[in-house]
Design a protein around this ligand. Sequence first.
Ligand code: GUN
Length: 246
Amino acid sequence: MDNEAGESYLKSKRRAADALGIVLRHESPMGLSEADAIAFIAKLDASPDVDAILVQLPLPQGYDGSKVLAAISPAKDVDGLCAANAGALLAPSVAHKFAPCTAEACIEILKSVDCELRGANICVVGASRVVGLPLALLLIQEGATPTICHIHTKDLENHTRRADIVVVAVGRAGLIRPEMVEPGTIVVDVGINRVTDDQGRTKLVGDAAINNIPGVRITPVPGGVGPVTTALLMKHVVVAAESSAA
Ligand code: GUN
């Protein structure tokens, strides 16, 4: 995922938090060393006034994401990215506190259109810790058969064409083209990219350039996965606040 996704996500989180009366505090690590950022997060984590913490990815170049995310305790890690929450996805009998919101949003969207996940062949394009990897684990829990494709995958089209559902979360406009999906495919487009059109106007687009193809259903960008992700994040924040008050 690139910065465009992060910025768009931040705007939408702020709008939702304001509407719900949740106090959202945004801190930018610009200029902070990795060690200082970790110390800062650890201090927030220890504060009884802070119910939830989300570290927006990508982190600045040179930061070790795993180390930074480890500064959040599982009960406040509302994006489910610290090792304990992410690892709990491998052990479904262990109740995880929170799953990563974007991955969970993909599942919610598919269920909302009565998509049969059990037995479905699902091509997940992108193996990020935020979307692709946790989504594959969540899909397996739903009885689906995910294939994870990534930058080294040979012949991506061979995988996307065989899938009932394609989830694309790479951050590259135009990665999925019309000839790469068969009629009947559902495409969940997680990508958010800013592109400039012929008139010099900028707009946000997803990773799939396959709008208006008969027989192919696709989530819009903007207005598809993003708002569902934000809604789930707000739900996680409420759960975190309620459990800290209990
Ligand atoms: N940056 C872009 N998307 C996401 C997301 O879903 N979670 C986090 N933590 N950072 C992001």
